[in-house]
Design a protein around this ligand. Structure first.
Ligand SMILES: [Fe+2]
Ligand SMILES: [Fe+2]
Length: 248
């Protein structure tokens, strides 16, 4: 439903040529995933009762947190491999694994941790603005469509914002994954992509609780999301060029 008017490939190619820039891109992705998880947690108490305590929604939030951790962990991986083109063994998020296998993954990672903060994300404020504007746009539409049901409004916003962002994320991650494979870099996004696609299918199932044509809603909201993403992508390009200029 989203439109692919922006080609992020030139930006991603620039990012992958420079180790520090690549680390900041991973930090940006980690920050966006973390923001997604936080938003889901925040809306849970205001969802219709059966969803506010739903295992599916809690699992969705947990998986977005795990994605944030995964991207942050890749920064260490690139650094310990010596460069952005290092030869470390590829790390892949184990999508759909058991809670135990995830715990082991976390345990293993804990011993690998190096101290020190994550690098600054590339576009902190434009990224937040993309999220907040999408939220505000969906909230406005929800108030108009479901004026007498605040809980259904929250559900509409959760499902619409998340679906659009998931779809955009899958598109960006696929382009990024293709370049990672071409350069034989030690990061695998296949497991993470599988989880994002699973989230999209779950959202369409949950949307059946809403008394409206959710897919028609998505088609119309997607046009506005595209305009917001174009602005964010433009900031990413400018920010990458400024970072390179500042380093030289
Ligand atoms: Fe995610
Ligand atoms: Fe997701």
């Amino acid at each position: 439903m989203i439109q692919r008017r922006v080609d992020l490939k030139p930006f991603l190619e620039t990012v992958l040529e420079d180790g520090e820039l690549h680390a900041r891109w991973l930090s940006t992705l980690s920050m966006l995933e973390h923001t997604g998880a936080r938003k889901i947690h925040k809306c849970m108490p205001a969802l219709p009762d059966d969803l506010g305590r739903s295992l599916n929604v809690l699992q969705h939030a947990a998986e977005e947190s795990r994605h944030a951790f995964f991207f942050a962990k890749q920064i260490q991986r690139l650094r310990t491999s010596g460069s952005a083109h290092g030869s470390a063994e590829a790390d892949a998020l184990d999508a759909g694994g058991s809670v135990d296998s995830h715990s082991q993954e976390m345990e293993g990672s804990r011993t690998e941790q190096k101290s020190g903060p994550l690098p600054l994300p590339l576009c902190y404020w434009p990224a937040l603005k993309y999220f907040q504007s999408l939220d505000a746009m969906c909230q406005k539409r929800a108030s108009k469509l479901l004026p007498s049901s605040p809980r259904r409004q929250t559900l509409y916003c959760y499902l619409a914002v998340t679906y659009l962002i998931e779809e955009r994320a899958v598109d960006v991650y696929r382009a990024y994954e293709e370049l990672l494979r071409q350069r034989e870099l030690p990061i695998q996004l296949s497991g993470l992509l599988k989880e994002e696609e699973g989230h999209m299918s779950e959202i369409l199932v949950m949307a059946q609780m809403l008394p409206l044509d959710f897919e028609a809603e998505l088609r119309s909201l997607a046009l506005q999301e595209t305009a917001l993403f174009e602005r964010f992508a433009e900031s990413l390009g400018t920010s990458a060029l400024s970072a390179i200029a500042a380093a030289n």
